[in-house]
Design a protein around this ligand. Structure first.
Ligand code: 13P
Length: 252
């Protein structure tokens, strides 16, 4: 039995003051229970405040990225050591926006995934194809190669703290969500690919989240699919009521 996860990726949204407001709204709205793990990922500068505000609640705080080195001459970057020092033990890696706008390659992401493992951080690792890759029916090949070049370089033990997020690029921020069937098909493919590499027992324990235009109105039907273990939510995570509705959808 895999506990579902609903994670909010705030991306580059919310000032410090707005972060305080949204977290207070979440505290008044969201009812955490054992059926769903809840995670929020504010921008770096608001992480300390988020950790502080959520310290008594079972809502985890995640970073949206991190560097693969512990420290050094990497202007503008943040390390796992720094995140852990403020109580952040979860990180989103390989988001398609990082890949597309900041040139993050599988080679760099492999190093980041390795660092997350080394530092015992939960790694929400994103994979997903672009529209032209789906249209050319290359989506399975693309996702398989993203996994082979990165997570599949890690030992079995690392998967205790790995969550995979399938985010088809064409569904992110577009309002064109994948159908529940398209999500299930890819999630099953990812699980079968994991099983071939590491064995069925391990594959059955790994949570695979869907991300891409998940909203209160479509979350439940997507989460009902057997290989969908929750969602990575962008736009709808910026509003407490919408985020709560998605959390509730994951509970049922
Ligand atoms: P949207 O929910 O805004 O489509 O974003 C999805 C996403 O990229 C989450 O990481």
């Amino acid at each position: 039995m895999r506990t579902k996860i609903v994670a909010g990726n705030w991306k580059m949204n919310k000032t410090l003051q707005e972060t305080v407001t949204l977290i207070n709204d979440l505290k008044n709205t969201v009812k955490p229970d054992n059926n769903v793990e809840i995670i929020v990922a504010p921008p770096y500068v608001n992480l300390v405040e988020a950790v502080n505000l959520l310290k008594d609640l079972p809502i985890k705080v995640s970073a949206q990225n991190m560097h693969f080195a512990d420290n050094g001459a990497y202007t503008g970057e943040i390390s796992a050591v720094m995140l852990k020092a403020i109580g952040v033990r979860t990180v989103i890696l390989g988001h398609s926006e990082r890949r597309a706008y900041f040139n993050e390659t599988d080679e760099v992401l492999q190093k980041k995934a390795h660092k997350a493992y080394e530092k015992s951080m939960t790694n929400i690792f994103c994979v997903g194809e672009k529209l032209e890759e789906r249209e050319a029916e290359k989506h399975f090949d693309v996702v398989k190669s993203q996994l082979s070049n990165t997570l599949f370089q890690l030992p079995m033990e690392a998967y205790k703290k790995i969550v995979i997020a399938y985010e088809p690029v064409w569904a992110i921020g577009t309002g064109h969500t994948a159908t529940p069937e398209q999500a299930q098909e890819m999630h099953k493919f990812i699980r079968d690919t994991l099983a071939k590499k590491y064995g069925r027992d391990l594959a059955d324990t790994v949570r695979i989240l869907y991300g891409g235009s998940v909203k209160p109105g479509n979350a439940a039907e997507i989460f009902l699919k057997p290989d969908v273990d929750g969602g990575l939510i962008g736009g709808a995570s910026l509003n407490a009521e919408d985020f709560n509705a998605i959390v509730e959808a994951a509970k049922s």
